[in-house]
Design a protein around this ligand. Structure first.
Ligand SMILES: Cc1cc2nc3c(=O)[nH]c(=O)nc-3n(C[C@H](O)[C@H](O)[C@H](O)COP(=O)(O)O)c2cc1C
Length: 369
C-alpha cells in the first residue's frame, strides 16, 4: 500500500497517489464524467470565479463551523456524497467512509448501490446517516429499500433525480468497465441486482445495469408518493434550477441537493455552484439547500455557504483517500477540510456560517444571463 500523504497534502496529490494504486479502469470510473467532461471541469472552475472580501480586527478566534442537516447537528458542514460500489477502492467500502465521517463529525449518505449492505453500514456509524435511492422501474424495490432504511435507523432518504438514464461515460465504455468479484449491489434483490457480464470495450457494467433498472417515467407524483409513505424526510438530489426546487418543496421534499452528479450525467449542465443562488432564492426557508460538485478546499465550502448552501457534500476526494489509506486517510481528509475552513473563517473575520453577508466578489460576470 502506498504511504498515506501527510495531513497537509493537497487533494490533487491524494488523487495522484490513489490513481497509482487503483486499477486503471477503477481510477477512470471514479474520476470520469459524462460526454466531453465539460461540466466536470466547470464544477471546479466555478469556485475560481469568486474572490473573498475579508473583514479585519473582528476578533474571530474560534469560528463556529457547526450546522444542522434536517435536525441532526454536525460539527462540520461537509458531508459524504453517495457513491456506488465503494469496495472497488477499499475492502471495507462504505463501512470505512461511514466510520471516517463519524470520527470527523460529518454526515454520510449511503448509496443504494452500496457494496456493503445498508444494515451492516449502520453498525460503523457514529454520525448521522441518510440513505440514497435511485428511481427504479420496480417501484416495490424502492418502497422496500425506503422501509429498510427507516427500520435500520437512517435519518433521511435522498432521491437522486438526475439519472432517469445514465449519462454516457466514455472512459467506462472504452475500458469495458466491469465489477470485480465481491463487488455487488448487495442491497438489491436478485431480480434487479444482477449486474450483466461485460463483453469487453464498448460496454460498461454500470451502464447496462442502469439501463435495465432505472425508470425515466418516474415523476413528481412518484416523489410525492415517496414523501407520503415514509416517516423520514426526503431530499431531492440533482436539482439545478429554481422551478425544480420549488416543485420538490411543493411535493413534500424537505431538502434539495444542487448537483450535476459531479459532471457524470448531463454534460454541459450548468455547474452546481452557479445554479445555487437561484435555488436558494426559489425555496428560501421552505427547504434546506445543499450543494455538491468540485468541493476540494475549505474556501470552496465557505463560498458555497456564502451563496446559501447549508452544507456541502464531497465525493471523489473521499474515494481517493479510501484507496490510499482506508478510514484513517478519509478522516485526515475531512480534518484537513475542517482546518482550511476554520482558517478561512478566521482570516475573513467570520464567526459562523450564517454570518457571511458581503463575503464574495465575482471575478467575472460571464455566467450571469
Ligand atoms: C464513483 C462515483 C460514484 C457515484 N455514485 C453515485 C450514486 O450511486 N448515487 C448518487 O446519487 N450519486 C453518485 N455519485 C455522485 C456523487 O454523489 C456526487 O454528486 C459527486 O461525486 C460530487 O462531485 P465531486 O466528486 O466533485 O465531489 C457518484 C460519484 C462518483 C465519483
Amino acid at each position: 500500500m502506498a504511504p498515506v500523504p501527510s495531513h497537509s497534502a493537497v487533494v490533487d496529490e491524494l488523487e495522484r497517489t490513489a490513481e497509482a494504486v487503483l486499477p486503471q479502469s477503477v481510477a477512470d470510473f471514479v474520476r470520469g464524467g459524462a460526454g466531453d467532461e465539460l461540466t466536470l471541469g466547470w464544477e471546479r472552475e466555478a469556485f475560481g470565479e469568486y474572490a473573498l472580501r475579508p473583514l479585519v480586527l473582528g476578533g474571530v478566534d474560534r469560528p463556529d463551523l457547526s450546522t444542522t442537516m434536517l435536525g441532526s447537528r454536525v460539527s462540520l458542514p461537509v458531508a459524504v456524497a453517495p457513491m456506488a460500489y465503494q469496495r472497488l477502492v477499499h475492502p471495507a467500502g462504505e463501512r470505512a467512509t461511514t466510520e471516517a465521517a463519524g470520527r470527523a463529525g460529518a454526515l454520510t449518505v449511503v448509496p443504494m448501490l452500496s457494496s456493503v449492505c445498508l444494515e451492516e453500514v449502520i453498525g460503523a456509524a457514529t454520525g448521522p446517516l441518510w440513505f440514497q435511492l435511485y428511481p427504479l422501474r420496480d417501484r416495490e424495490v424502492v418502497a422496500d429499500l425506503a422501509r429498510r432504511a427507516e427500520r435500520a435507523g437512517y435519518q433521511a432518504l435522498v432521491l437522486t433525480a438526475d439519472a432517469p438514464r445514465l449519462g454516457t461515460r466514455r472512459r467506462d465504455l472504452r475500458n469495458g468497465f466491469a465489477l470485480p468479484p465481491g463487488v455487488e449491489p448487495v442491497n438489491l434483490p436478485r431480480r434487479v441486482g444482477t449486474v450483466a457480464e461485460v463483453d469487453g470495450a464498448g460496454e460498461s457494467a454500470i451502464a447496462l445495469h442502469a439501463e435495465a433498472t432505472h425508470d425515466a417515467t418516474f415523476g413528481w407524483e412518484d416523489l410525492a408518493r415517496l414523501c407520503d409513505r415514509t416517516a423520514l424526510p426526503v431530499v431531492v438530489k440533482g436539482v439545478l434550477c429554481a422551478e425544480d426546487a420549488r416543485r420538490a418543496a411543493d411535493m413534500g421534499a424537505q431538502g434539495v441537493i444542487v448537483s450535476s452528479h459531479g459532471g457524470r450525467q448531463l454534460d454541459r449542465a450548468v455547474p452546481s455552484l452557479h445554479a445555487l443562488p437561484e435555488v436558494v432564492e426559489a425555496v428560501g426557508d421552505r427547504c434546506e439547500v445543499y450543494l455538491d460538485g468540485g468541493v476540494r478546499h475549505g474556501t470552496d465550502v465557505l463560498i458555497a455557504a456564502a451563496l446559501g448552501a447549508r452544507a456541502v457534500f464531497t465525493g471523489r476526494p473521499l474515494l481517493w483517500a479510501l484507496a490510499v489509506g482506508g478510514a484513517d486517510a478519509a478522516v485526515d481528509l475531512l480534518a484537513r477540510l475542517r482546518g482550511e475552513l476554520e482558517e478561512a473563517m478566521v482570516l475573513t473575520g467570520r464567526a459562523g456560517l450564517t454570518d457571511l453577508d458581503g463575503l464574495l466578489r465575482r471575478r467575472r460576470k460571464d455566467w450571469a444571463c
